[in-house]
Design a protein around this ligand. Structure first.
Ligand SMILES: Nc1ncnc2c1ncn2[C@@H]1O[C@H](COP(=O)(O)OP(=O)(O)O)[C@@H](O)[C@H]1O
Ligand SMILES: [Mg+2]
Length: 212
């Protein structure tokens, strides 16, 4: 299996895991890459997003999907890996032994932190687990609000973490929620050039880290 595996993990719910996975998937698809999606979250938001997408747009041979529980992760990754250049793994809001295996198999772990200190506090367990299995990890600042006190405070706390934040950040924009509900990436929702630019920049920075 030669695909690169990106795991998006964060113990806190609502931080932007599914948003990151769905938008990176669409960005890589648009570049002509074959994308595998693996949903390990029993809430199934990513699968729901894909259902809505396929109802509207039909199936795409370059976008494969599987679900898996902790014990089925290696097998599911192998299954999707044969037909994908990059695999994006969505995870539940947990940091326990269930996600250890997927962190171990990943080439890169992304941890979204939305503009709240609670998100920063919630990074520690995933950082610790990823460190133990030796997988490189980066923070992705999500829902940023420039010029706010909370934004500055969160950025300061993130700077003190052992994982570096990526340069690319995603701002707080309604189009992210709209696109998710419509089975789209923000690049396709065509309502916000700014959101498109920031997702492209994120995808490019992540590709650079993986040599994709
Ligand atoms: N940058 C953003 N701007 C606006 N809304 C966002 C942003 N990122 C995520 N959201 C919204 O916040 C909610 C939670 O995001 P989601 O990706 O589902 O988090 P998680 O998968 O970590 O639980 C969703 O409704 C999503 O559309
Ligand atoms: Mg989710």
């Amino acid at each position: 299996m030669s695909s690169q595996i990106i795991c998006v993990a964060q113990q806190k719910g609502g931080a932007g895991k599914t948003t990151l996975v769905s938008n990176l998937a669409i960005a890589y698809l648009a570049e002509g890459k074959r994308v595998g999606l693996l949903d390990t979250d029993p809430q199934g938001s990513l699968g729901k997003w894909l259902d809505i997408r396929e109802e509207a747009l039909g199936e795409d041979d370059n976008l494969r999907f599987a679900t898996a529980t902790a014990y089925g992760i290696s097998r599911a990754l192998r299954g999707v890996g044969d037909v994908a250049d990059v695999i994006l793994v969505d995870t539940p809001p947990k940091a326990d032994s269930d996600i250890r295996q997927v962190l171990r198999e990943a080439d890169l772990v992304l941890i979204p932190v939305s503009a709240s200190q609670a998100d920063v506090w919630a990074t520690h367990d995933v950082l610790d687990l990823a460190d133990r299995v030796g997988t490189p990890t980066h923070i992705v600042m999500n829902r940023t609000r420039t010029g706010t006190r909370v934004g500055e405070d969160v950025a300061k706390s993130v700077a003190g973490l052992e994982a570096k934040p990526l340069q690319a950040t995603l701002a707080n924009r309604v189009v992210y929620a709209e696109a998710l509900g419509r089975g789209l990436g923000v690049m396709e929702a065509k309502r916000s050039a700014a959101a498109t630019d920031e997702v492209r920049a994120l995808a490019k920075e992540v590709s650079g880290l993986l040599g994709l």
